[in-house]
Design a protein around this ligand. Structure first.
Ligand code: ATP
Ligand code: MG
Length: 394
């Protein structure tokens, strides 16, 4: 079957009223971006309260659908056959041929749902439903009508120049189009969790920036490449990500030298948050995002999270907070980051880990330990910020 167009269904909730056009414009923009590298020529446009992708000439159907499935804000993608209006008798034949090709198994219930945006068509919608239903029943005796819960809903839409035929709805990513809800700074590591966290916040319409802390020579170039790859995979959903790569080695060594080893991870995490927040504020991000989940590791107990949170002034979004590891893995598999995340490269946090990290850090005690850093930490903080290597990942 050759489809000439896609009708895009998007969530109605939250888009009514005067902001609707903002939502639709952002959706169109994100769809154009998603289709930019797909083989074919596409015209993404709004018409009569709908969004369509018209495909001009040859195009790669699978790739087109896969790309549209990654656009937040789309709940359904309907492949459309566009017919020239050559009279109702011809339409009957076309609808029969369509059903025959689309559904080799005719043991199904159906309903015809006609709609006319061109009101001068010789039949009204009710008449079209009846006549088309009748010819389908005559041609395929195994088909049955069910007007309440049909297996197949055959949509026939009479528009200005063409008649649109569609029945399949491919589920979309849901959520809100990126760009309708500001942007946030993702603390992106090479693990399983943070790419999923970025995906989840972006799904609500939030653009992403990211910060990665590496510790050369303790972490390799390959570990960094892995994070760039992860950012690229997330950007297939979120759109381009500005990625800041920060050299954290000197801060990490200094903390290692001056602070109790069981507090290392917490103190490191606090400095990561402060540096990420610096870049977040610099570029207008409205919050930070991490992949933390309560109790997953020592640095993610309620006390540890409180200690990490304490240095931040921006809101910290932790979309995985109530997820079990398997639930996070399931999303990572769905969005295709899992295979990259599990590649075995060292993480800057795991190199200096203590054997027995505190699980219930006391904020006052942590702050006291941090006073041992007084002498050089401001300078190292500034150097870390200046060390930043920035790239746009897409
Ligand atoms: P992940 O799978 O996302 O690496 P994790 O289970 O390994 O998470 P932690 O290492 O405690 O957990 O990190 C918690 C969160 O802190 C991460 O989800 C991420 O948001 C942030 N983070 C940790 N290490 C780094 C890093 N090297 N660079 C940037 N952010 C980091
Ligand atoms: Mg990690």
């Amino acid at each position: 079957m050759t489809f000439h167009s896609f009708l895009i269904k998007y969530g109605e909730i939250g888009i009514k009223g005067k902001n609707r056009y903002l939502f639709e414009d952002a959706l169109v923009r994100q769809m154009r971006h998603a289709l930019k590298d797909v083989d074919g020529e596409f015209n993404v446009h709004k018409a009569q309260g709908r969004v369509y992708v018209d495909c001009e000439g040859e195009y790669d159907y699978e790739e087109t659908v896969e790309s549209l499935k990654r656009v937040f804000g789309i709940v359904g993608i309907c492949p459309v056959v566009k017919l020239e209006d050559q009279g109702f008798e011809q339409l009957k034949k076309d609808v029969v041929a369509y059903v025959d090709e689309m559904y080799p198994d005719k043991n199904q219930t159906f309903k015809v749902e006609a709609r006319r945006s061109r009101k001068n068509y010789p039949l009204n919608s009710m008449e079209m439903n009846c006549d088309l239903g009748e010819v389908l029943l005559e041609t395929f005796p195994e088909l049955k009508v069910d007007v309440h819960k049909p297996d197949l809903m055959i949509h026939v839409e009479v528009r200005d120049h063409f008649i649109y035929l569609y029945s399949e709805i491919i589920p979309g990513a849901g959520g809100m189009p990126v760009g309708t809800n500001g942007k946030a700074m993702l603390l992106l590591s090479g693990g399983i969790d943070s790419p999923v966290a970025g995906y989840m916040v972006s799904k609500r319409g939030v653009g992403l920036e990211a910060t990665y802390f590496h510790a050369p020579p303790y972490t390799s170039e390959r570990a960094k490449e892995k994070v760039v790859d992860l950012a690229r995979l997330v950007s297939k959903y979120s759109g381009p990500i500005k990625l800041n790569i920060v050299n954290f080695t000197d801060i990490q060594l200094y903390i290692y030298e001056k602070c109790p080893h069981e507090e290392l991870t917490i103190i490191m995490r606090r400095y990561m948050m402060m540096i990420a927040e610096h870049f977040a504020k610099e570029s207008g991000c409205l919050g930070l995002i991490t992949g933390e989940s309560i109790g997953q590791v020592a640095s993610q107990t309620m006390q540890s999270l409180a200690a990490t949170n304490e240095v931040c002034t921006l809101p910290v979004y932790r979309p995985l907070i109530g997820f079990d590891k398997q639930e996070i893995v399931d999303v990572a598999l769905k969005i295709d980051t899992y295979e990259t995340s599990i590649l075995p490269f060292e993480d800057c946090c795991t190199i200096f880990v203590a054997k027995h990290p505190v699980t219930k850090p006391n904020i006052e005690r942590i702050k006291k330990s941090e006073t041992h850093l007084q002498e050089k930490i401001d300078e190292l903080f500034d150097e870390a910020i200046q060390s930043v290597e920035t790239m746009i990942v897409k």
